[in-house]
Design a protein around this ligand. Structure first.
Ligand SMILES: *[C@@H]1O[C@H](CO)[C@@H](O)[C@H](O)[C@H]1NC(C)=O
Length: 435
């Protein structure tokens, strides 16, 4: 069975199977996840989740990122740290689309503190990669997963990845690994209607937490449907065109990590991934206007036309909250045109509500050309700016810097980590994590 093949692979994969390429890529993912997670501990959604989680007591306590004064029961530590990672929508993105690391790393770190002996760095890397690999395999069970599916992907494959990674770190048997997946499948699925709200970061927090719980329940002998990946009424309920296939036998030499062939995207702005194409195009259009139009300033803009892929939940004409702004093509284009950059500070309420921005928003038109598909692999964004004086500039972005086709340099990745983590950690702390 397919589920059996996953249980067997989760159990059997060993550190000697980690390749240099996979180690390098997954270390980058971990560092970026810790950086955006530490920065995310300064958000309202994280603080609300911490306040709620502090009402629970247990003898087992795990660390809360960015809060040396605070520990929580392990599953709540995984929950709040997962929320921190996705609180600004600043975490990594894979193809087919999901945010792979945020569901896995918080679960593993919370669990690592509970093990009788501390796992090695290699144990952690292996469990992390098992959690990423399972997500990559499941995402390839459906064509629908390549576009924008009906459920938020981290809530579907993320909880499965967290369960697989946690089962690996706990050293569960092949059959317990399968049952961990079955148990986790009953916590999968979150509707996209909650994108652009404070609840979206919970999708990652819940995935981390529920996956960790599933592995510990399987360890305690709890069982689910041992064919959960094989049947349409199992994980298949999340996709209309579900077509699962078995994991190759890891001992046979036929196994190859998906991360080896498909790298992740790292974000440069704390917003939905699609905004990265748009901001690059808007900045290029604005730079051209500044060169060609004498004493250009944004108040001369008559109309802004955005040519973007179709999507309901990232087309937000008049955002009022930071979470709507992170999902608004219109907002990100206007911020880039007004400020010549989009940063963490762009999403402050005062910035969102300033009159110049509200005025520019009213001049934006969104169109969706037929050739622009809603896929992070081949979408594009084009921005056309027309001035009151009759000037016009158009710029298009096919691949932003940070996309898997144009990976972030190691230096820029480390600089992003340093800038983000130093909002919370001392400089020794920052250097220590990088080390
Ligand atoms: C986090 O990193 C991004 C990307 O390098 C940077 O733009 C942002 O300013 C950093 N955040 C803080 C609070 O410094």
């Amino acid at each position: 069975g397919i589920t059996d093949s996953f249980g067997a692979a989760i159990h059997a994969l060993g550190p000697s199977q980690l390749t240099d390429g996979v180690i390098h890529r997954s270390k980058r993912m971990m560092l970026d996840t810790l950086g955006v997670g530490l920065l995310g501990t300064r958000t309202a959604v994280f603080n609300k989740a911490v306040k709620y989680s502090q009402t629970f007591r247990s003898e087992q306590r795990s660390s809360v990122w960015g809060r040396s004064d605070l520990t929580l029961p392990p599953c709540y530590a995984a929950f709040v740290n997962g929320i921190a990672v996705h609180s600004m929508d600043f975490d990594d993105t894979w193809h087919p689309a999901t945010h792979p690391s945020g569901a896995v790393l918080p679960a593993l770190l919370a669990l690592a503190e509970q093990l009788p002996s501390r796992p090695s760095g290699l144990d952690l890397l292996l469990a992390f990669n098992v959690g990423i690999e399972v997500q990559g395999r499941l995402l390839r069970f459906s064509r629908e997963a390549y576009n924008i599916p009906e459920f938020h992907p981290p809530s579907v494959v993320g909880v499965m990845g967290s369960a697989a990674a946690s089962a690996k770190l706990l050293g569960l048997s092949p059959s317990q690994c399968s049952h961990a997946l079955a148990i986790a499948a009953s916590s999968a699925g979150a509707p996209l209607a909650n994108a652009a709200t404070q609840t979206k970061p919970l999708h990652i927090g819940n995935a981390a937490r529920r996956g960790l719980e599933a592995a510990r329940l399987a360890q305690a002998g709890l069982e689910g449907n041992p064919a959960v990946l094989d049947v349409d009424s199992g994980l298949g309920v999340y996709y209309k065109d579900y077509s699962p296939s078995a994991m190759p036998d890891c001992a046979s030499g036929a196994f190859r990590w998906i991360l080896e062939d498909q790298d992740v995207a790292f974000k440069r702005i704390p917003a939905h991934l699609a905004m990265h194409w748009l901001v690059d195009a808007a900045l290029a259009a604005s730079a051209e206007l500044q060169e060609t139009v004498w004493s250009f300033d944004p108040s001369q803009i008559r109309r802004v036309t955005l040519r973007v892929p179709p999507s309901k939940y990232i087309d937000v004409p008049l955002p009022t909250t930071e979470h709507q702004a992170r999902h608004s093509f219109q907002f990100n284009a206007c911020s880039a045109l007004l400020d010549n950059k989009v940063t963490v500070a762009s999403f402050d309420p005062a910035q969102i509500n300033r009159p110049a921005l509200r005025e520019l928003l009213s001049k934006v038109e969104v169109t969706t050309p037929a050739d622009n598909r809603p896929s992070f692999d081949d979408m594009y964004c084009e921005v056309q700016v027309e001035t009151a004086q009759g000037g016009s500039c158009t710029a298009r972005c096919d691949t932003f810097y940070g996309h898997w086709r144009k990976p972030l340099s190691q230096q820029d990745l480390v600089e992003k980590f340093c800038a983000n983590a130093s909002s919370v950690l001392s400089s020794e702390g920052v250097e220590g994590v990088i080390d």
